[in-house]
Design a protein around this ligand. Structure first.
Ligand code: ZN
Ligand code: ZN
Length: 440
């Protein structure tokens, strides 16, 4: 490490308690996607304390803070931290007001970004950065609350369910050359990223006819029965999903009737349809539609299948050697490296960003329990928060020093899947479909 890097590490160590306090405050006040108002305000406050210019209300709750805005034309790097949490009311730190809990550890990302900002804004360091840094708090990574998001879409407040998808759409990534992302990891410190599943989301409505369930069932059309048959048909389709496509279709029934003595008039199924490639989840989505249409056909019901774009698959991205060396020093060689064959069946909107610009990802440990589970907890604040801050800051410094030569080489060697934002939006919108039919 050079003397500037030592200064960065020392500055973060010196303000260790402050970073941990910020992390714990966010940890205990978790909020869900597109509703992270308190979290976003806390992030903004800490950025303003450092004298940084702010841009806010990006995709409802997103906030950017700019360091060295006068150097943005040379290079612009984003350090991303996600704002949102999950509704897990049984977690020990579930926030009374929202029932939310940070069981995906996004608060560690935000603490890392805030901690990095404390060090990078030191004038001697900021002066060495030959480019702009955007400290970027991003909303709504977890894909849930589809009905709530649909309402926001109807109100014209957003167009896409995923926070980064929406930020791409409104142009909040237009001025960024490379982004740096972090996630907490159950298996410890790690660098690089493999692939993940992409998906579309569906709300399937079966509409039958109500009637007295005992007195006159022959006059009714049982929507729950049609939905049940649809679920069976989908199950029987599963043998056609290829192992290498990592298809995951996991429907839930959100409505199955109103009252026990009335033939169910309406049944509602929500599902995500995931796969390793766009072709894989598109094929599974077609089979999902067919299955529920078959259920409606058999019972003589109507159906409405609403499909919405979800997230695109992640693209494997190696970690540059210079940053790997930094991680080696910061962790005393205690880390693993993701090779490009690594695949996870979950999904993230980081994949969408990667379709337009490079995103470098690192993980830190410090957690126990499982992600998205109520036994999740932080047991090592040094690793979860402080190491994260140091890695964000040292990486930023190495990418931007010496005329941002490293940052520029990553950008220049990257081949985005879409030429521009417009192409991405057109592609996403092609998934937006409503299909209706009647077998009554
Ligand atoms: Zn998550
Ligand atoms: Zn997460």
């Amino acid at each position: 490490m050079d003397s500037n890097e030592q200064l960065i590490v020392d500055a973060i160590d010196k303000r260790r308690d402050e970073i941990i306090e910020f992390a714990n405050d966010i940890y205990k006040h978790a909020e869900l996607g597109y509703k992270e108002f308190r979290t976003s305000a806390k992030f903004k406050e800490s950025m303003q304390k450092l004298g940084l210019q702010i841009e806010e209300d990006l995709a409802i709750t997103g906030v950017k803070a700019f360091l060295n805005p006068d150097r943005k034309n040379n290079f612009s790097l984003a350090l991303m931290g996600e704002l949102d949490a999950l509704r897990i009311p049984t977690h020990k730190f579930a926030y009374e007001e929202t029932k939310g809990a940070h069981c995906c550890g996004h608060h560690a990302q935000l603490a890392g970004v805030v901690g990095a900002a404390l060090a990078l804004t030191i004038p001697e360091i900021a002066d060495q950065l030959d480019g702009q840094i955007e400290f970027f708090a991003v909303p709504a990574e977890e894909y849930g609350e589809v009905e709530f998001k649909n309402k926001l879409i109807e109100e014209g407040k957003i167009k896409y369910g995923g926070g980064k998808c929406e930020l791409l759409r409104i142009g909040a990534f237009d001025d960024i050359d490379v982004a740096l992302a972090h996630h907490i990891n159950a298996k410890g410190n790690r660098i690089g990223s493999g692939s993940s599943n992409g998906f579309v989301s569906k709300v399937i409505r079966i509409i039958g006819k109500a009637s007295h369930a005992a007195g006159a069932p022959e006059e009714g059309i049982n929507a729950l029965s049609a939905a049940t048959l649809g679920l069976q048909a989908l199950g029987l389709n599963r043998e056609t999903f290829r192992d290498e496509d990592a298809v995951r279709v996991h429907p839930i029934l959100t409505k199955g009737g109103e009252l026990v003595n009335v033939v169910p008039k309406e049944a509602v199924i929500e599902t995500l349809v995931r796969g390793k490639t766009i072709e894989a989840f598109t094929d599974a989505a077609l089979k999902t539609d067919r299955s529920f249409k078959a259920g409606a056909l058999a019972l003589g019901a109507d159906y409405v299948i609403e499909t919405m774009p979800g997230y695109l698959p992640e693209i494997p991205q190696a970690f540059p050697e210079e940053l790997k060396e930094a991680f080696r020093e910061l962790t005393n060689n205690d880390f693993t490296e993701v090779n490009e064959d690594f695949h996870t069946n979950g999904s993230t909107d980081v994949g969408d960003v990667q379709h337009l610009l490079p995103v470098l990802t690192f993980n830190t440990g410090g957690m126990v329990g499982g992600l998205h589970q109520d036994n999740f907890d932080i047991v090592d604040e040094e690793t979860a928060y402080i190491l994260t801050a140091k890695m964000f800051a040292i990486s930023a410094y190495r990418l931007l020093k010496n005329n941002a030569v490293l940052g520029k080489s990553i950008k220049d060697n990257y081949e985005p899947r879409f030429k521009n934002k417009e192409e991405y939006i057109k592609f996403m919108d092609s998934f937006n479909q409503v299909e209706k039919g009647s077998y009554k």
